[in-house]
Design a protein around this ligand. Structure first.
Ligand SMILES: *Cc1c(COP(=O)(O)O)cnc(C)c1O
Length: 352
């Protein structure tokens, strides 16, 4: 730490991204990326003429991309903001929309805690139930802005829209942010609720179900007044937050619904197959509705299972944090990836 860092950041513990190793080729099942390339429409949208136009700034209004997102979700462009990954939307929300602090689960997306610290917020950490499910009643006492990942990460467990409606209606003066990074793999989106509930923000990303993690594109959908506030923050930090190629890629990706449906169905099928196969091998596996499985091996520690797989060329995510130190999170790849995961798992279990 240099002597120039403001002392309020002395204790900031930065987010630790999953490994992106460059040393050898792994089957990468550790950061919930898609195993499939982006839609062919994305590849033709980002052509050489567009690359030539990189000399120009991107459209600060992001009109084309916001319109495309708004059309797919049946809302107006004024209900949508686009951001540099959904992490940026979350950053804006923590920065500006948590007047009384933030409330979130003890086991959830690790970035919530980091953003809370970064912005000096009073954070209320609400434990999940023993089985890792969320009890919606646990959120009724707080007047802090609520952040819930649905499906939750890394558990993959979902709340129903009815349960979320309960949280929204019991206190209309409190903002509720639903992080829908994984909703396309089997959860139910709350986007249709934004017309009725003025205290709801749905956050989405192109990183998982639309195969664009490297492009960095996220969005939030909410009442127009909330979006206008978030736009003020965006224009006060970086009006060109999303680059030209990503804006084009995003608009093309969201319009290609057929490709999107094909990819997510393949993931869901591979997830359910792998879930059943791991359970046959004595694993405890949550009923994940996301593009990952949260699994505990029988008779081998989470860390040893993670290390064993890594040695065999399969990378999964191990957190080692309280309550979940026996678990690993396995991204669902192609069926072929999952067959390799299972056969390497068998070798580890047999000690060979
Ligand atoms: C992956 C993820 C995000 C962030 O994704 P971006 O790549 O920044 O869009 C947000 N929330 C959760 C729960 C995630 O898992």
């Amino acid at each position: 730490m240099s002597k120039f860092l403001a002392s309020k950041f002395d204790v900031l513990e930065a987010y630790t991204p999953g490994e992106q190793p460059q040393d050898k080729k792994y089957i990468k099942l550790n950061t919930n990326e898609s195993p499939f390339p982006p839609s062919p429409a994305v590849i033709s949208a980002v052509n050489s003429a567009e690359v030539g136009d990189l000399r120009l700034y991107s459209d600060p209004v992001c009109r084309e991309t916001r319109t495309a997102i708004a059309e797919v979700f049946g809302v107006g462009m004024e209900n949508v903001i686009v951001t540099n990954g959904s992490d940026e939307a979350l950053n804006f929300l923590f920065m500006a929309m948590c007047p009384k602090g933030a409330a979130f689960a003890d086991i959830t997306y690790g970035f919530y805690k980091v953003f809370g610290q970064l912005h000096g917020l009073d954070c209320e950490v609400i434990p999940l139930r023993e089985d890792f499910s969320i009890d919606p009643r646990d959120y009724s006492g707080t007047d802090k802005t609520v952040f819930i990942a649905n499906p939750n990460a890394p558990t993959g467990l979902v709340l129903t829209v009815e349960q979320i409606k309960g949280i929204l209606s019991e206190n209309p003066d409190r903002l509720v942010v639903i992080d829908e990074a994984y909703v396309d793999f089997g959860g139910e989106s709350v986007v249709p609720l934004v017309k009725k509930y003025k205290n709801l923000v749905a956050v989405g990303t192109f990183s998982k179900s639309r195969s664009l993690a490297g492009a960095r594109l996220g969005f939030a959908v909410a009442d127009a007044e909330i979006i206008a506030d978030l736009e003020t923050i965006r224009y006060s930090t970086n009006p060109y937050n999303v680059n030209r190629l990503t804006l084009l890629a995003g608009a093309a990706a969201i319009r290609d619904t057929a490709y999107f449906d094909k990819c997510r169905s393949a993931i869901i099928e591979a997830r359910e197959y792998t879930k059943a196969e791991l359970r046959k091998r004595g694993f405890t596996v949550t009923d994940s509705k996301a593009n990952f499985l949260f699994a505990k091996a029988n008779g081998i520690s989470g860390k040893d299972y993670y290390l064993g797989l890594k040695e065999r060329g399969v990378l999964v995510r191990y957190f080692g944090s309280p309550r979940i130190s026996d678990y690993v999170r396995i991204t669902v790849g192609t069926m072929e990836d999952m067959m390799t995961l299972l056969s390497e798992t068998d070798k580890i279990l047999q000690g060979v």
